[in-house]
Each structure stands twice: as C-alpha cells, then as structure tokens.
Ligand binder design. Structure first.
Ligand code: SPV
Ligand code: MN
Length: 630
C-alpha cells in the first residue's frame, strides 16, 4: 500500500478499523477504501468483520441512522424508500464504456471518462455527516469455484443490514485470499436525507440519482437512492458485473430461480427458471411440495459434462403484494414469526403491525407508508391515488427461516441442473408447458424469444408485449447477440444438456378468462421432472414437445387431487398457429433491427419453426388440437 493510502486509513478508520483491514493485508483493497473515504468524506468509518458483534452493530445502526424502525414483532423492522424511489431506475443506470466499445442500442451506456468525472463530482463530500460502513461479502457459496468476493462501501446501514440477510459473509474469505485482486467493488451513498414517516429518512436529491457501472474496473457507483435494486451492491449491480465476467470465462450468470422438484421415490431434480419481474418467479420457487435453493440469481458452470448452478444469494428480497395465508403458507408463516425481517414500503399500523395489498383481512383505515400519513383515497402530487402499500413493496429475509429450504443451498458444487424454464406473461400464444427440441432450439425459441406483457402494475399501456431475452435484458452488460451466443455455446459440448422448457401461466381463452388456475403450475413442474428422466412420453408439435393427456390426468390427480378434463386439455394445449407466426415475425424484426450482432443461427431456427407451423396449418388449420399430432 502506498504511504498516502496508509495515512488516510490510519487517520480515518481508527485503530480498530485499521487493524481489521491490516489482518486482510490486501493492498488493492486498501487503496480502494482509502480512495473513497477521502472522496466521500464520511464523519466516521466502521469496518465490519463477520463477527456477531459487528453485524449487530450494523443492525442497530440501521435503526439509529433512521433507515429502519422497529415493528411490534421482535426482529421485524420497516424501511421506507422515497416516494419517487420505489424501483430500479433504468434511466440513470448506465454502463461506463471506454471509447471504441459499444453495447448496442438496447443497453444504456455513456462515455466512461465523462461518467467517472460526473460521479466523482457527485460523490465528493457526499457522506459528510454520515457513517460509512465497510462490508465484505461473497457471491455464491463460500470456498467454491463459484465464489466471488465483494466489498461494499455504503453510508446506509439499511443497505449493509439487507446484505447481511441476503449474502454470505466475506471478511474471513478476504483474509484467506490475502493479496487477491478479482473482487467486485460497490460504492453507495444515499446522499442528503429528508424526513419520511415514522421518523425515518429518505434520499432527497433524486435528481442526482445515478447508478453507474464501470466494467473495466469492476466497480459500481450508486448515489442518491435507497431502493434495494439500485443500492444493494451484490444484487442486480453485481449481476451486471458477473454477466460480463462470465461471458469472458465461459460460464453463465442468469436471472433465475433454482428449485428442487420432488419426483417419484424420493428423487429430487433441480430446475432453473427465468421469469421477468412479477411473472411468477418467486411463487414458482416457493411452490408447495417442492424445495427452494434460490429465487432470483444463479451462477451456472459446467462440471464433468454436467451443468451445476448455485444461488448467488442466501436470502430473499421478495415482492410482498398478494402474499396471503392460503397461497403462500410458508412465507406467510415466516412473516408472522419473530425474527430478522425488513419490510419495505408497506403500510404500518398504529399497533406497529404491517399491511400490504392482498394480505388476508381488511385494509386498515389509516397508517403510515412511503407517502407519510396515509388514509384511503390519499392522492399524490400528480393526482394519482396512493395505495396502502407500494406494488413493489418487499420483504427481506434470510431463507434459512423458510421451511421449504433445500439442503443444497450452500453446497460448494451447487446443484446439478436437469432443466431450465423460461416463462413470461403471455395471454394468447404459448401453451402452458412445452419442451424444446434441443438446447439450441430452447435457447433461441424459449429464451432469446422471451416476451412478457406489461401489467396494470407497471407504467404505460396494459398488455403490451415487451422483449426480454432470458428475462435478463435489464442486466445485460454485453451486447444482446453476444449474450445469446454465449448461452448457445455453453450447451454445445454437453453430452446431456439440461432440457429447456417454456411455461405460460397467463394463457387466456376466447372469453378472456385464464385457462388455468394458479395451482396448475405444480403439475407442470412434476411433468418437467419426469421428462428430465425420460419417464413420460410427449407429443411432438411444430413448436416443441407437449404433455400427453393421460399423463396430465394422472399428475393432476396425484398432485392436486383434481380431475383434469379433456376439454381443458384441448383448450390449453391447442397450438395457436397465427399467434405463433406473429411472435416469430416480431422477434425476427427485433433481432434484425434492435440487436446489432445477432448470431445467424437465431434466424435459421426462427425460420425452421415458421416452416413447421406453416406446414401444419396447411394440414390442420389455424388452431390445432394435440390429437392431430399423435
Ligand atoms: C427484480 O425486479 O427482478 C428483482 C428486484 O428481483 S430488484 O432488486 O429490484 O431487481
Ligand atoms: Mn429479480
């Protein structure tokens, strides 16, 4: 370490803090910390090890710093984000790219030098009056091929506390690694604060909200925001760095759940699932009767010809809207048990209980939420009615508290992957579950062609299909074509690549009603598990393999105790040729115009699917019942 950095650390960290860093003895790490302590200029610096004492200090600081307030149940706290700081900010999230590098028109980026200049200006003295927390964590299980050590600097104890619940500790790992250089770095400041409800404080200068990603230096800057998706470095910020690193090293970082699906005779098969936000990802991962490894982010590597995946996280930052005692019994129970849980942007009642949209029971007549004092009918500055909880309100907890936790969560080898699922919100095109013909067909037709319809819950018009390859578009740090090519290449040399499926929980009939109830997904999972072991046959259609009626009858009975009618089967599994052709047209256009480096094989596979559909239409018409293909 150079003398200057050493002096900064010695004078600003105090003896104890300095010694904690000294025990790691990593010059690059020290340099990084010294640089941002000097620039951000906090009043105090706390260096946290993995010790219970240090972690407790962070937890208490979150309350003292007004980032969290205690609720009635022991260990439960509430956090508010500012009224205009409730979600990931796509507009000011940018990649800083050196001259001559291009990420393509779909990925928000700016000149690296300009971006760094701007962010340094914003960071200058930004932590005056604040305490800076220095945290060490690991992405992925500790001491494994998957592990990526990270350092987080933040002046939000709420962020540091959330990370304790969501990630594995990293101080001891840094100590073990010594002079290691490949760690991810995050600098976050909430900036100046202003009062919110319950004596909490929220970021004030939202106009100076920036999330800048420097791929070259594997560093991310986040300022003037608190919402987890913008600030929790190891979550979606690290995911962007990891996609870039994985692409260089030949593995994958995906926006995927990992779950154990329980098959016959005690067999457990692991499936991954990619779904855009609010399309059933967490509810699938938490499905009754199965076990959860993770609900958001997976690292995927090849090992001796098999595919293995780990949950990058160990906690859950889950959407709370709609969680009720019947459909989400396990989360419901956990949310009503004392223990460490951070609720964000829900309504807090007079008794210091919480309410969210879709919770059992009646909505309270008043309370305090992200807009301050709340009563029904309250409107915001734009005249829009404020709901009791925000639609993106969340709970943060360590998944060790969940009864359905899979025992392999921390296995350094991860779990062996049998199948990959892609699902979006699609009212009229894809059947409820379908297996692709091959890895290549699956990556292209199911993954790269993933679309999802906007809902009333997002801004803008309802029912507009948005393109979201592998549900990863928001996080791509490499050009889309290169990313698709990376996924394709990953599977080419595997003797038995995982099967690739699509699911569609949102298919509607001609009357506009959903064709499935929400419990049917349990059956689709069981069918996919059996397919992975070649234990059921399937029907080959122009778009992929679909289940046979008899197998579903059996699975509906076994899994749900329900009868499954031929009429339902025919409606759900009719191949809708015009809609499938229209989808291929849309996607071909997108990959021609909005993606600059589409691998030619994508167009070839689209065209082959088109030809199969046209041929089938000539024989059987526009809407083809499964029996035609038997
Ligand atoms: C998502 O939106 O996909 C999330 C929440 O998992 S966030 O942390 O905001 O990304
Ligand atoms: Mn997510």
């Amino acid at each position: 370490m150079n003398e200057k950095a050493k002096n900064i650390l010695k004078t600003r960290l105090g003896q104890e803090g300095y010694q904690k860093l000294d025990r790691i003895n990593n010059p690059k790490l020290n340099q990084f910390i010294a640089k941002y302590v000097e620039l951000c200029n906090p009043d105090r610096v706390f260096v946290s090890t993995d010790s219970a004492e240090d972690i407790n200090y962070i937890r208490q600081s979150a309350v003292r710093d007004r980032g969290e307030a205690e609720l009635a149940l022991k260990g439960h706290t509430i956090h508010f984000d500012g009224y205009y700081d409730q979600a990931r900010d796509k507009e000011t999230t940018k990649f800083l790219i050196p001259k001559g590098v291009a990420l393509g028109p779909e990925i928000n980026s700016m000149d690296r030098d300009e971006g760094l200049k701007e962010i340094y200006q914003i960071l200058k003295n930004i932590m005056r009056g604040h305490e800076l927390y220095v945290r060490f964590f690991c992405l992925g299980p500790i001491n494994s091929e998957f592990t990526i050590p990270c350092i987080q600097l933040t002046d939000s104890a709420y962020v540091a506390h959330s990370e304790d619940l969501l990630y594995r500790p990293g101080y001891e790992e840094f100590k073990r690694l010594g002079d290691y250089k490949q760690f991810f770095k995050f600098v976050h400041s909430q900036g100046e604060l202003q009062p919110a409800g319950l004596g909490l404080e929220v970021s004030k200068n939202i106009d100076k909200r920036r999330i800048y990603i420097d791929l070259k230096d594997e560093t991310i800057y986040s300022t003037n925001t608190q919402y987890g998706g913008n600030t929790i470095g190891l979550k979606k910020l690290a995911m962007r760095l990891a996609i870039n690193r994985a692409s260089k090293e030949g593995w994958l970082t995906e926006h995927m759940l990992i779950m154990g699906v329980h098959g016959p005779k005690g067999r457990v098969s692991y499936l991954l699932g990619a779904f855009p936000s609010m399309c059933g990802k967490t509810s699938t991962a938490m499905i009754e009767g199965e076990t959860i490894v993770g609900d958001d982010i997976a690292y995927i590597r090849k090992k001796d010809g098999e595919v293995h995946a780990v949950n990058v996280e160990r906690g859950m930052f889950g959407i709370i809207q709609g969680v009720n005692s019947k459909d989400d019994a396990i989360v419901w129970k956990t949310l009503h048990t004392p223990g460490e849980i951070i609720f964000s942007n829900v309504l807090v009642t007079e008794e210091k209980g919480v309410y969210w949209i879709g919770k059992d029971g009646e909505a309270p007549k008043k309370g305090i939420n992200h807009s301050g004092e709340w009563t029904p009918g309250k409107k915001d500055a734009e005249g829009k009615e404020i709901s009791p909880s925000h639609k993106n309100a969340r709970f943060t907890l360590d998944i060790k508290h969940l009864e359905n936790l899979d025992p392999k969560l921390n296995d350094p080898d991860g779990v062996m992957v049998s199948g990959i699922i892609y699902g979006g919100r699609d009212s009229d095109t894809l059947v409820p579950v379908e297996e692709s013909f091959s890895w290549q067909h699956g990556i292209i037709i199911k993954g790269a062609a993933l679309e999802s319809e906007t809902t009333a819950a997002t801004l803008g018009k309802e029912g507009v299909r948005t393109f979201n390859p592998m549900s990863n578009l928001d996080f791509l740090s490499i050009p889309i074509g290169k990313y698709v090519a990376g996924n394709l290449n990953f599977g080419t040399d595997l003797p038995n690549p995982p099967l690739i499926f699509s699911v569609n929980y949102f298919l509607r009939g001609s009357d506009g009603d959903f064709l499935n109830d929400k419990y049917a997904k349990r059956v689709w999972l069981k069918w996919m598990e059996l397919r992975a072991h070649k234990e059921v046959d399937a029907i080959e259609t122009p778009t992929g393999f679909i289940p046979k009626y008899g197998d579903l009858v059996k699975l509906f009975k076994e899994t749900l105790g329900q009868d499954y009618s031929k009429k339902d089967y025919n409606m759900q599994f009719t191949i809708r040729v015009p809609e499938n052709l229209a989808k291929l047209d849309r996607l071909t256009e997108i990959y021609k115009t909005r993606v600059t480096d589409t691998p030619p094989i994508v167009f070839k596979v689209f065209e082959e699917q088109r030809q199969r559909l046209i041929k089938a239409r000539e024989k059987y018409g526009d809407y083809i019942k499964p029996a035609s293909f038997v």
